[in-house]
Design a protein around this ligand. Structure first.
Ligand code: CP
Length: 320
């Protein structure tokens, strides 16, 4: 199968076959990351600009490592060091960067839909959404799918419970689109204030209590409360302590309510002691660092396929 898209904006846009193909290609790149020499000439002569106008540790580093391992030239611009601080708009910033002819622009921005706007405005540059507001974070969704697929042998028929601040989470949205397309059952669990109305229409079953939400689940994806996206002065939870008591995962709750082989995931950053007790985050149930590891392979796969995959690499004499 070939992947014929200019951009990667969200998992909502992709078919199950396209997602499966992306995961297959990413899985092939995993081995490269374990070698002593981790570089291949696949994207030699290509350039990738990382435009991150919101903070990031994992996604930005992972994209940068992925591009460099494929031999692309990379250039990073962060919010505080960009001319957006002088009043330049996102669109003007992106148009100016595109005028330098990068092959890929990786963008993180706080406005939902902002990255899609850039993809429409810049017909000659591949745009990758590295997180737009509470809309989507497709490469996180893909690395979550790859982690589940590798750990459980597949995604179809699995029950995945996403716990926490669903309202403000782009990870939850990308996960729900991807998981349901690949045939998983998805439950979301959190206080009513943090579950957006209409989420059932995406195919998710809504729970407000952790015990039934965890019952017979194969995977629990724990989310951070995203205070930075909350309406200032809004009261979403009575207190952090109360939230943790009701929705945080502890070893005691796991023993009482979850399957012994439950997989625990978290996109990071973790607020230890809030959504996850430290001993659970570091436990035998946790595959959180596997997610991070798989993230590099996923981003390699995405960049490789957006720039034409094997066909283009062979035509241009830069095959893997
Ligand atoms: N998962 C994720 O997006 O983490 P960062 O914000 O550190 O990139």
């Amino acid at each position: 199968m070939t992947f014929k898209r200019k951009d990667l904006l969200g998992l909502r846009d992709l078919s199950a076959a396209e997602i499966g193909h992306l995961l297959d290609v990413a899985d092939q790149f995993r081995g490269l990351n374990l070698r002593s020499i981790k570089k291949v000439p696949t994207l030699r002569g290509k350039s990738v600009v990382h435009l991150f106008l919101e903070p990031s540790t994992r996604t930005r580093t992972s994209f940068d490592i992925a591009a460099k391992r494929l031999s692309a030239d990379t250039h990073a611009i962060t919010g505080s060091a960009s001319s957006t601080t002088k009043g330049e708009t996102l669109l003007d910033t992106a148009r100016n960067l595109a005028a330098m002819h990068p092959d890929i622009l990786v963008v993180r921005h706080r406005y939902a839909g902002g990255v899609r706007m850039l993809a429409e405005a810049l017909p000659d540059t591949a745009i990758i959404n590295a997180g737009d507001g509470a809309c989507e974070h497709p490469t996180q969704g893909l690395l979550d799918l790859l982690t589940i697929r590798r750990a459980l042998g597949g995604v179809a028929g699995k029950t995945v419970t996403i716990v926490g601040d669903i309202t403000h989470s782009r990870v939850a949205r990308s996960d729900i689109w991807g998981l349901t397309k690949l045939g998983a059952r998805v439950r979301v669990c959190g206080p009513p204030t943090l579950i957006p109305p209409g989420i059932e229409r995406m195919g998710a079953e809504v729970h407000h209590h952790l015990e039934p939400a965890l019952k017979d689940a194969d995977v629990a994806i724990m989310l951070r409360i995203q205070k930075e996206r909350m309406f200032q002065g809004g009261h979403y939870i009575p207190s952090q302590r109360e939230y943790s008591r009701l929705y945080g995962l502890s070893r005691a709750k796991l023993k009482r309510w979850a399957r012994r082989d439950l997989l625990i995931m978290h996109p990071g950053p973790i607020n230890r002691g809030v959504e996850l007790e430290p001993e659970v985050a570091d436990s035998e149930w946790s595959v959180i660092l596997d997610q991070v590891e798989n993230g590099v392979a996923v981003r390699m796969g995405v960049m490789y396929l957006l720039l034409g995959g094997e066909g283009a690499a062979r035509r241009e004499g830069r095959g893997p």
